[in-house]
Each structure stands twice: as C-alpha cells, then as structure tokens.
Design a protein around this ligand. Sequence first.
Ligand code: ZN
Length: 224
Amino acid sequence: MPSVIINHLLEENKKFLNSGKNAVYHGLEAKQTPKVTLVTCSDSRVPPSLIKEDSINYLFAIENIGNQIKTTEGSIDYGVLHLKTPTLVILGHTSCGAITVSCGDYSKETPGIIKELDTLFNDISEYKQLILEDDKHYFDKLSELNVDAQIKFAMDKYSHLVKEGKLAIIGLMLDFTQVYGENKGKIYITNVNGETDVNNIINMPLLDKIDKNIHVNIVKRLVN
Ligand SMILES: [Zn+2]
C-alpha cells in the first residue's frame, strides 16, 4: 500500500511539472511574498487548497490539530511579522476531532498530543459557558468559538498592525456537515478583527470587494 501511495504522490508532481504551472517559480527562487498567513486544522477534510487551489506564493500555511496559534506561534509570527502578509486567516471546521477530544479524557494519548490538546482546552474553556451542554451542535459551536479564541489571542499580539490597516484577521468556518444550513463544503466568515456581530461584519469596508450576489449568506455564525 505505501508503495502505491508514494507512486501516486510522485505522479502528482509529474502532472504539475507537465502542466507548466511550475513557471510560477520564476522570480521566486530567493524570496516569497504570500498574501495570507493561514492557520488551519490538519484534518484531511480541510485542505488549504479549498480556499486557494494554486497556493504557491499565496498561502503561508500552518496546519495543526485544532487550528491553534500557541502551539505553532513562531510560524505564525514568521508569516505575519517577517513576511508581512496583509491577512491572517484562522480556518476552523465543523466535526473537528480535536475539539471533541479536548472536551473528554485524553490522558491516554501521547505526551505530544496531550500537550497540544491542553493548549486547546485552555484556549476554549472560558467559551464553553456560552453554549448549553445539551445543545446538539455543541462541538460545532465550540469549533466556531475556538476560532474566536484564536483571533482574540492574535488581536492581542498584532493589534498595532490591525490599527494601522496593515493586517486583517479573518475567522472562517468550513462546514461539511451542513450545520450552517447550506451546501457541504461551504466556507463562512465568522469573525473579522475580533468582531463577531454578523451585521457589523457585513457592513465592514473590508468586505466591500465581495460579490454579495454570488456569496449569499457568506457571513454567518452558529453562536450569536
Ligand atoms: Zn479539526
């Protein structure tokens, strides 16, 4: 099985070379100028390619369990402060295993997993009071609130850049379980620069370029 997988991976690279898309590297041999520092969950159902298929020199992507900042803080600082990407995007998702597991007994996991789940547990603990324990969408709401928690931490770190208009911090939720009510795989904006009021977000000048005829109900939250 692994040999088949290795072959498949190499075939994908061959396809890339044959497509001529590798021309994108011209001029990028010694530098990169990405537009987005992306923090997303490692979950295989949430590939960065979902928000940008051709992501070379566009996405500076950091993936970890639970789309956390603190567990990979240096990488995110590198994107925001060193590469100076004008946007920092935190992409969470519905049906997130990290969120669910962090709410239970994970003491039998490996020390490495425990360390990352502890960070997640601490980040979201104060947000749990916003949801009723018997809410059937408890964990999805908590995933949305985890994006809020990550953005709160990012706003504390990078607020000077946000105030100067050099950085926008965007919270997104990928919904492949239709909890938000629309198609599987749709992405919603849930937080902009710490603002979580849907009406306030919709009226932000930052969203002026979004074609509201195409992206209907693009700003939506489970927890209001
Ligand atoms: Zn996840």
